[in-house]
Design a protein around this ligand. Structure first.
Ligand code: NAP
Length: 243
C-alpha cells in the first residue's frame, strides 16, 4: 500500500521543498496549491524525479467547503488509502502596523493560516485515528513566538496554530498521532523577496537567511516514525534569531 502525505501550499517555496523531501522518504505526495498550477506541476515533476507519485489538488485552504470537497474527492478515488502525514504549510502575509491594518487583511491572514489549519486537519482526523498512526506538522513562524511589529495578523495566526497544535496533540496522543509545529525565521522564498536581507542578517546570529531545504529536513524528521515521542512541540529553524 502506498503511503500518502499532503502538503498544503506545495507549489512553491518551503512547501515544494517539503514535498520533495517527503517523496525522498518514500511518500506519495498530494500537492495543494491555490492559484499557480504551473508551479504545482513543477513540484510534481520533482516528486516523480524522486521516484514517487502523487496528485495535484487545487483548493483554497481558507474555504472549509472547497477543502472538504477536494479531500473527500481524493478519498473517494482512493478508498483503500489514507493521508498519514499532513503538512499545513499554506500561508500568506499582509503586513501593516495595526493602526493602519484593513480589516480584510486581518481576516484573510487568519482565514488562510489558522482557518486553513482547521479546514485541512479536521476532516482527516477520523481516518487517521482509525488507522492509529499519523503525523501532523504545521508551519508556524518566529513571528508567532515573539510577535513582530507590522505583523499583528500573521503573529496571531501563527501563535494560534501553535496553541491549537498543542491542544490537538493532547487529544490524539494515544492514537499514535503526533502534532508538532516548526517555526522558521527568515527563509529565502517568494514570501521574503524584497525584504532588506543585509540589514535583517545583522540580527541573525548565523548571519544569513535559511534555505527551504533546511526547513524541509526538520519537517521530514517530525514526519518520520523515529519522531514518535515528540508531540505538542515547536522546533525553531532560525539561525539563532530567537530562542
Ligand atoms: P510562499 O513562497 O509565498 O508560498 C506560499 C504557498 O502557499 C504557495 O504554494 C501558495 O500557492 C500557497 N497558498 C497561499 N495561499 C493559499 C491558500 N489560500 N490555499 C492554498 N494554498 C495557498 O511562502 P513560503 O515562504 O514558502 O512559506 C510557507 C509557509 O512557511 C507559510 O505558512 C509561511 O507563513 C511560513 N513561514 C515562512 C517563512 C519565510 O521566511 N519564508 C518564515 C516563517 C514561516 P500558489 O503557488 O498557488 O500561490
Amino acid at each position: 500500500m502506498a503511503k500518502y502525505a499532503l502538503v498544503t501550499g506545495g507549489s512553491r517555496g518551503i512547501g515544494r521543498a517539503v514535498a520533495v523531501r517527503l517523496a525522498k522518504a518514500g511518500y506519495n505526495i498530494l500537492i495543494n496549491y491555490v492559484s499557480r498550477i504551473g508551479e504545482a506541476e513543477k513540484t510534481m515533476a520533482l516528486i516523480r524525479e524522486a521516484g514517487q507519485d502523487g496528485e495535484i489538488l487545487q483548493f483554497d485552504v481558507a474555504s472549509a467547503e472547497e477543502t472538504r470537497k477536494a479531500l473527500e474527492g481524493w478519498q473517494a478515488r482512493n478508498p483503500e488509502e489514507y493521508i498519514e502525514v499532513i503538512v499545513n504549510n499554506a500561508g500568506i502575509r499582509r503586513d501593516n502596523i495595526m493602526a493602519l491594518m484593513p480589516e480584510d487583511d486581518w481576516n484573510r491572514v487568519l482565514q488562510v493560516s489558522l482557518g486553513g489549519f482547521f479546514n485541512v486537519t479536521q476532516p482527516l482526523l477520523a481516518p487517521m485515528m482509525r488507522r492509529k498512526y499519523g503525523r501532523i506538522i504545521s508551519m508556524a513562524s518566529v513571528s508567532g513566538l515573539m510577535g513582530m511589529q507590522g505583523q499583528a495578523n500573521y503573529s496571531a495566526a501563527k501563535a494560534g496554530i501553535i496553541s491549537a497544535s498543542k491542544a490537538l496533540a493532547k487529544e490524539i496522543a494515544r492514537k499514535n498521532i503526533t502534532v508538532n509545529c516548526v517555526a522558521p525565521g527568515f527563509i529565502k522564498t517568494d514570501m521574503t523577496e524584497g525584504l532588506d536581507e543585509a540589514t535583517l542578517c545583522r540580527n541573525i546570529p548565523a548571519g544569513r537567511f535559511g534555505t527551504v531545504e533546511e526547513v524541509a529536513d526538520v519537517v521530514a524528521f517530525l514526519a518520520s516514525p523515529e519522531a514518535s515521542y515528540v508531540t505538542g512541540n515547536v522546533i525553531s529553524i532560525n539561525g539563532g534569531l530567537y530562542t
